[in-house]
Design a protein around this ligand. Structure first.
Ligand SMILES: NC(=O)c1ccc[n+]([C@@H]2O[C@H](COP(=O)([O-])OP(=O)(O)OC[C@H]3O[C@@H](n4cnc5c(N)ncnc54)[C@H](OP(=O)(O)O)[C@@H]3O)[C@@H](O)[C@H]2O)c1
Length: 245
């Protein structure tokens, strides 16, 4: 069965790899990126039949409203006018990696929190009507890309300096946001969960990361295809195991 996906942060890294693999499976993909025209790789995939690209800055409420209107009320995308099956909140930032916990400015927390948490809430709210259009019969899925780094129980003394506290705090909050959305939407046959992609070679992960983006995404998509209602709300690793918060 083919589905319609909406994926944020589609210009590069894990977001782009999601678009590539999901579209190769024959699904319809609505790729959202701050500047889709600037992503050559994304443009190569766009055919405006099964793969679409629209401009969306997840921090820009007007941009979210506009895309929502376009997708719901116009015929820009006929596939989306029938509703969507899956939303992948992938866009994220790591912030200033040089900030020691003892002198991280408050604004730094706000910037990272706004992208990694508040925007996920705003995007999910905005796309709920399109997800609901699919009815109650089959599950609608929302995947929030989180990180093992947000897990308090996995935090260890090997990171005494913790120069990326804002990122860790934001992903921890994202896991709670995920759990709350999951509880709220369970009665409407939604599965909402968070995933840890592993440490992946992207602009964010860096060259020394041990995992290739293609492997991380194929693992996460296997989990995505098989995730159950019982796992809704959890933080799930790329091998399908639940990670304790
Ligand atoms: N790589 C890893 O090792 C790793 C590990 C754990 C979790 N993650 C998570 O995985 C997700 C993707 O990370 P990545 O490694 O692919 O990072 P990346 O290579 O830095 O890519 C980040 C993506 O997010 C987009 N983005 C950032 N702010 C945005 C905004 N305001 N509006 C729209 N798009 C925005 C970027 O778009 P632009 O091109 O416009 O900047 C880009 O497409 C993130 O949520 C990250 O926290 C990554």
């Amino acid at each position: 069965m083919t589905c319609t996906y909406v994926i944020t942060g589609a210009s590069r890294g894990l977001g782009f790899e999601f678009i590539k693999q999901v579209s190769a499976q024959g699904h319809t993909v609505i790729s959202l990126a701050r500047n889709p025209d600037a992503s050559e790789n994304l443009q190569k995939l766009v055919d405006s039949k099964k793969v679409f690209a629209f401009k969306l800055d997840v921090l820009n409420k007007e941009s979210i409203k506009l895309q929502k209107k376009k997708l719901i009320y116009t015929h820009v995308n006929e596939a989306a006018s029938e509703g969507i099956d899956c939303l992948i909140n992938n866009a994220g930032i790591i912030g200033d990696r040089e900030c020691d916990i003892l002198n991280t400015p408050g604004e730094e927390y706000l910037e990272v929190f706004n992208t990694n948490v508040v925007a996920v809430s705003n995007i999910t709210q905005a796309f709920l009507p399109l997800l609901r259009k699919r009815g109650q019969e089959r599950p609608k899925k929302v995947l929030n890309i989180s990180s093992l780094l947000g897990s308090i129980s996995s935090f260890s003394p090997w990171r005494p300096d913790c120069t990326d506290a804002t990122y860790l705090v934001s992903k921890c909050a994202l896991d709670m946001l995920t759990k709350i959305f999951s509880n709220k939407l369970a009665c409407e046959n939604f599965i909402v969960y968070a995933a840890n992609p592993g440490w992946v070679k992207t602009d964010m992960g860096g060259e020394e990361a041990p995992i290739e983006a293609c492997d991380s995404i194929s693992d996460m998509l296997k989990v995505f295809d098989n995730v159950s209602a019982e796992q809704s709300g959890a933080l799930i690793d790329s091998d399908g195991q639940i990670i304790s918060w």
